[in-house]
Each structure stands twice: as C-alpha cells, then as structure tokens.
Design a binder for this molecule. Structure first.
Ligand SMILES: Cc1cc2nc3c(=O)[nH]c(=O)nc-3n(C[C@H](O)[C@H](O)[C@H](O)COP(=O)(O)O)c2cc1C
Length: 370
C-alpha cells in the first residue's frame, strides 16, 4: 500500500476524465501523413514501426505508441501451431481491433504447412500484415528450429514464406537477425524471402549468438537494403531521433523499427517522425505530460486485462516512466508493488504535482548511440 502521509494528500477517487485522455504530444502536424512507404498494398503514414516485444506490445501499448506517432505496430509473437490447434492462449494474441490499422501480427514456427495454416487463422481476423519471426534467440524456440534458428536454413525459410504467400492474401513480412552466429547471412536470407514473396524485411543488426548484447551492427542493414527491392526496416539500438536519422543516413533503410527504447518513452515515435520529415524539433514532454501518458497507459492496461493483471503487467512500463525522476525515487517501491490502479494513479499524480513542469532527461539522451 502507498504511504498516504508521504503523499500528503487525501484519498480521492481516480479522476475519470484522465482516463484515455493523453494527448498525442509530438505527432507531426501535417495534413499529408503519407510517407510513401508501401508494404504490399499497405500504405504507411510515416516511417516508424513499434517492434514486436513479447510481454510488452499488447494492445494497450500498441495503441498508445500509434497515437504518439508510430506508423505501424507489430503484435507479440504467436505460435502458428498454437493457432492451428485452437489454443486459447494463442488466440489471445490476436486481440487487435480494426482501429489499430495498420497492424501486423507476428507468428513463429518452423514447418511450412503449419505456418501456412497458422497464417490462414490469422488472416481470418484481417490484420494488414503477417510477420514471420526469424529473430527470437530463446532456447525453447530455437530448439524447435523456429525463431532465429530459421537463419540457419534459408531454403526452408523460403518454403515457409512461399507456403504462407500461397495460403493468404495478406502481405507477408519477415523479421531477421544479421545471422545465426558471426557468419552473417542476412543479405542472402533477405534475397531468398523476397524471391518467395515477402513484402518487407526488418533487420535487427545482431546475430542470434550475440542475443541483445553489444552494439547493433547497422552496416548489415545497409547490405540487406542493397540486396533487395522491398522496403527494409532497420532495427537495433535506436534511442533517439538523432539515432534514427543516423540509421537512415547510414543504411538507406525505409523504416526505423524501435523496441526497448519506446518502453516508458512512447513519444519517441513522434519525435523520430518529426525529424525524418524535416520538421523542427519540439520540446520533450514535461514530467507532468509523462505522468499523463503513464496514467492513460495504466487504464488502458486495466481495461484490457482487468485490475490485478492490468497493474501487474504494467510494472516494467511504470518503472520506465518514472526513471530519472527525482520525486519518484522514494515512491518507486510502492509504485512497483501496489496492486490497486487508483493507488498507482495517485502516485503518478503526486509525481506530476511535485515536478510536473520540469523536463526529465530523455531516456535516449542518457546513452544515445554515437
Ligand atoms: C522483452 C523483449 C521481447 C521481444 N520479443 C520479440 C518478439 O516477440 N518477436 C521479435 O521478432 N522480436 C522480439 N524482440 C526483439 C525486438 O523486436 C528487437 O528486435 C530488439 O529488441 C532490438 O531492437 P531495440 O534495440 O529497438 O530494442 C524482443 C526483445 C525484447 C527485449
């Protein structure tokens, strides 16, 4: 429970008006929101993509990031086999709404027939894109020859893409790593999947061997871009609009995919969109505005998952929203153990009242890539 004396304020009901009210702070203000990037028949309004992040990119976070400027969001990965066998848990991952369009659903698996059948189940829900996971490094997945293990078998991956391409009319995209180990084969894999019908390719510039360690190799993104004609999304270590601009300059990628650095920082998409469309920089959100977004995210999560799970599963996000904010330091423990959404909201409002007009250090600026 929260120490009310510490917060120095009476217990009040959560402010209903605050729910779902966060403004899109930094979306480019322009009538023409077409970026000219098309994936299959899907036209994107900008150049940023929210990466698939298992346990993170549920509907509450996806919708928030889209409102803050992301042009496309990808669901958490879902097992093709699970979908085919009607697993309840698997179909929960297909929980997206028409107003999320464009939306991409990521599937994982290793058998071309099962992947095709899984794609058919996904296609019934009419997402805009279906993505194949060729990047997951987790043992449980690669031991079944799925995820990053597919980087070792370009031919089989080609068969998977072909089978899915034949099975559904939804454009198929592929998310790859630089390779399985140090021997980089991403350009070769990219050519194979393009020939098999892939409509776009995202490249995370790390091998399976390096998992998430070290610095992402952006040069492999450039080599993939040179190898194929379909749009390429660059991915890995984009923490700021400076990073995004540099990635586009250095690699020629069409899209910038952002994962970890959007956690607690969804307005990063709008900042990047502004930068890439040549619009002037605007001030980063104040701590008050950050807290508004956090509260909005909290209630979206509760609406989606119920009170207990909605709060529990938001903890990583909450920790990121208050990172670097001085007045939140003594409240961090309460914030991350509290189970009642109204109490979580109260803590966030307290932080907003204490330091609301200040600007917290942008997470990206703390360790921006140079
Ligand atoms: C917690 C977590 C979950 C992830 N889940 C997925 C996933 O389901 N599918 C996928 O293709 N990549 C997944 N990734 C990889 C990210 O999409 C991305 O490629 C990686 O984090 C590098 O980008 P970043 O530096 O912008 O975070 C995950 C990464 C993290 C940290």
């Amino acid at each position: 429970m929260v120490d009310h004396a510490q917060l120095n304020e009476p217990v009040v009901q959560a402010d209903e008006s605050a729910r779902h009210s966060s403004r899109a702070f930094l979306i480019p203000e322009t009538d023409d929101r077409s970026s000219g990037v098309r994936i299959g028949g899907v036209e994107l309004t900008g150049r940023t993509v929210l990466a698939p992040l298992a346990g993170v990119t549920d509907r509450s976070f996806r919708t928030l990031c889209r409102e803050q400027g992301a042009s496309l969001a990808v669901t958490e990965m879902v097992s093709a086999r699970g979908l085919v066998h009607g697993g309840e848990r698997s179909s929960e991952y297909l929980d997206f709404r028409p107003d999320e369009a464009p939306i991409s659903v990521q599937v994982f698996g290793s058998d071309p027939d099962v992947m095709a059948a899984g794609a058919a189940v996904v296609a019934e829900r009419e997402p805009d894109l279906i993505d194949i996971n060729c990047g997951c490094p987790v043992k449980k997945i690669v031991n079944r020859n799925a995820g990053a293990a597919l980087m070792r078998e370009p031919e089989k991956l080609g068969e998977i893409v072909s089978a899915m391409f034949e099975a559904v009319s939804t454009p198929i995209t592929v998310k790859i790593r630089s390779g399985w180990d140090r021997e980089e084969n991403a350009p070769e894999v990219a050519r194979v999947v393009e020939d098999a019908g892939a409509a776009a390719i995202a490249v995370h510039g790390r091998s399976r061997a390096s998992r998430f360690k070290g610095r992402a190799d952006w040069d492999v993104i450039r080599r993939v871009k040179e190898a194929v004609g379909v749009p390429v999304a660059g991915n890995g270590d984009v923490r700021s609009s400076d990073d995004a601009e540099r990635m586009v300059e250095e690699t020629g990628c069409d899209l910038v995919m952002v994962g970890r650095w959007a956690i607690g920082n969804p307005w990063l998409f709008g900042r990047i969109e502004r930068r890439l469309s040549g619009m002037p920089e605007i001030d980063p959100p104040t701590i008050g505005e950050r807290m508004e977004v956090a509260i909005d995210h909290l209630w979206r999560s509760v609406d989606l998952k119920g009170r207990a799970k909605g709060v529990y599963e938001l903890r990583n996000h909450l920790a990121a929203y208050v990172k670097g904010i001085e007045s939140a330091v003594p409240l961090r423990r309460s914030l991350l153990t509290e189970g009642e959404p109204e109490e979580v909201e109260r803590i966030l409002r307290h932080v907003a009242r204490t330091e609301g007009d200040l600007v917290a250090e942008d997470p990206g600026e703390r360790g921006g890539r140079t």
